[in-house]
Design a protein around this ligand. Structure first.
Ligand SMILES: [Zn+2]
Length: 340
């Protein structure tokens, strides 16, 4: 624990020295204590009469004073979630590549549950595979697809939008953070965590901007979750080309930013809906690894295999090796062979 910042910090609004307000595991929060700080006065003005009453009764209820969050995260703590090493080695399975491809086609591309995939294989193709085997194969495939997703991600557009959507793992809420490149429509970051605080937001944004050009001006668009600006504070530290942030809030266009950038927010909302359709058959996940595996495979499908209406039925990322392959199961096998 340190009780003083490395060098004294000042409020950008009133130049008062910030005091150490809260010390948490991953963050130290400094606050401006000046009652007449323009930041505080402006935030007070934004409150409606009911909120002002509330503020008088419970002064800590609203965040009015300027805050500065100093994160102390190690490089390990901002690592992307990745599928755990699988129990199954795909080069040593009893089934043929074609069966593996069919499993990924039904289970991932067509968003069938593992049970339904097993049923289709048995009743349509007379192939006997248990739903547990399907889950094991999917996890093993995800281990190959995760590095493939990162390696073939490509560059990103100047404007990218992100959001977190919730899923259930063992009946507990978890959050999937997605970032999407606005023109290419590719998913440029996916990260799962059991909370939606700044730490997972930092992981997702750090991966989102990983493949940006060194001199590229990037703007990230998100909703009002304070984890994004807090996380960008951390990522912009010492960075010459600062990442900009625009927040789009509410359902109506209440402010100028929200009007201008709403379309970008809608891109990520559509992605979230598509993702939900794909994870719904899993009816909540039985393990964190199961969630990471299916999400990883979903991203492979979304970026490299799924024709996108707004892209004239092309995939967000073009892999020339897949061009001449006709069936979706063979495309999956090709991706796995390229990822190996
Ligand atoms: Zn101040």
């Amino acid at each position: 624990m340190k009780d003083k910042p490395s060098s004294e910090l000042f409020c950008p609004h009133c130049q008062h020295t910030l005091y150490n307000w809260k010390e948490q595991d991953q963050v130290t929060i400094y606050k401006c204590g000046n009652k007449n700080c323009p930041c505080r006065i402006q935030n007070l003005k934004k409150l409606n009469p009911a909120e002002r009453m509330m503020q008088k009764l419970i002064p800590t209820h609203f965040k009015l004073n300027y805050q500065y969050r100093e994160y102390h995260l190690t490089p390990e703590q901002i690592q992307h979630s990745e599928p755990k090493q699988a129990r199954v080695d795909l080069t040593k399975i009893y089934n043929t590549d074609n069966v593996l491809g069919l499993i990924l086609a039904f289970y991932v591309s067509f968003a069938m549950s593992a049970k339904k995939t097993a049923l289709i294989l048995r009743m349509v193709y007379d192939i006997h595979v248990s739903s547990q085997t399907i889950l094991n194969y999917a996890q093993a495939a995800a281990c190959h697809c995760h590095p493939f997703n990162l390696q073939y991600k490509g560059g990103i557009d100047d404007i990218c939008s992100g959001d977190e959507t919730y899923i259930k793992v063992l009946a507990k809420h978890h959050y999937v953070f997605f970032f999407v490149s606005s023109e290419k429509r590719s998913i440029i970051a996916y990260h799962i965590a059991d909370n939606r605080e700044a730490q997972p937001a930092i992981v997702a944004m750090n991966e989102a901007i990983r493949t940006a050009q060194p001199n590229q001006d990037i703007t990230l668009i998100t909703d009002g979750n304070p984890s994004y600006p807090a996380g960008l504070h951390f990522l912009n530290e010492g960075r010459e080309n600062k990442i900009k942030h625009i927040k789009v809030i509410g359902l109506e266009n209440l402010d100028e930013d929200s009007t201008e950038y709403r379309a970008y927010k809608q891109i990520i909302e559509r992605l979230n809906r598509t993702y939900k359709q794909h994870v719904k058959p899993a009816a909540g996940f039985n393990s964190f690894d199961g969630a990471v595996s299916l999400t990883t495979l979903f991203v492979t499908y979304y970026n490299f295999l799924r024709p996108h209406m707004s892209l004239n039925y092309k995939t967000p990322i073009h892999i020339p090796e897949l061009d001449d392959i006709k069936t979706i199961q063979s495309k999956w096998i090709k991706i796995l062979s390229m990822a190996a």
